[in-house]
Write a protein that binds this ligand. Sequence first.
Ligand SMILES: [Fe+2]
Length: 343
Amino acid sequence: MDVQTNSVGRQDFSVNRDIFPAEIETKNNISLLEFGQSEKQLINEIIYNDGCLVLKGFKTDVQNFQSFIDAACGGSLVYTERSSPRHAVEGKVYTSTDYPKALPIFPHNEQSYNLGFAMKLAFYSQVVAESGGETPVCNTRKVLTRIDTALRNRLIKEGYLYVRNLCSKEFRGGIGLPWQDVYQTDDLDVVKEYCRKNDIQIEETKNGGIKTIQRRNVIAKHPVTGDHTWFNHLTFFNFRTLPAPMIANLKRFFDIADYPNNTYFADGSELSEDEVTHLQSAYQAEVVARPWGEEEVLIIDNMVTSHARNAFKGDRKVLVTMSESSTWEQCMPDTDQYLNEGF
Ligand SMILES: [Fe+2]
């Protein structure tokens, strides 16, 4: 899609789209909410075209940030079918993750394994880490082009399986979230009904746990721009993407079929170590880790920009809210055309 930046004639902010992520900066202490209300069109044009946008120098707080998202980015969403430990700070604004600070988090497009997902994510940096703690971003339209053709085409044709083994909160195994946290209910019948509606196979396992299996596509078509993008959790949830000490622990205590999270080819066969390493390197080649400044906001188009988190030292507080829901049904790729002609 070719959209021109709207030159609004204002002198109180500047736009830089020669960098990734693009930036809008003000030195005039403008309220973020007021900017979102008056420049909604410009903000969205940049997000859709460039994939992500940093807003610097604006005056904001948690309430102002959420109201800004409501005004400029379609309204904040509740976090469902959870995979990351986080807690609500206020309203629909959450800690970006409570995951241990010594461990990095690999790039991913939020909720791509759900039938419904957020189109935009917004991060708000309140406290900058002593070192590290960036939220690296990467263009998954470009990741798609980096993947070996034979592997990519197999995955595009067949999709992949995401398999979870979730413990019950009464019998926590020490790794992974209990199903009660993931689905935000203590009622297993509610979980079964959710799974039925969301194309997830579910079976009960020992000690009150459950196993879920969902087949999902690896590419999606952006409903606004029409771009095809590598949009999946295949690499992120594959056990080989975990930090080495966690892999060693898994191997020591679990059979592979019982790992809390893992991904497979659609026929249930394992990806080889080489294949997972290749997929990881396709992301790593595109990752940009911009250091956070205090009171900065980063908005990403979740379908075409993956996000990650670098390990850090010291205190760090980055809040997140998600907005604009979409569904796989609205983003189905032109698979046959893609396989025959490419894009
Ligand atoms: Fe995330």
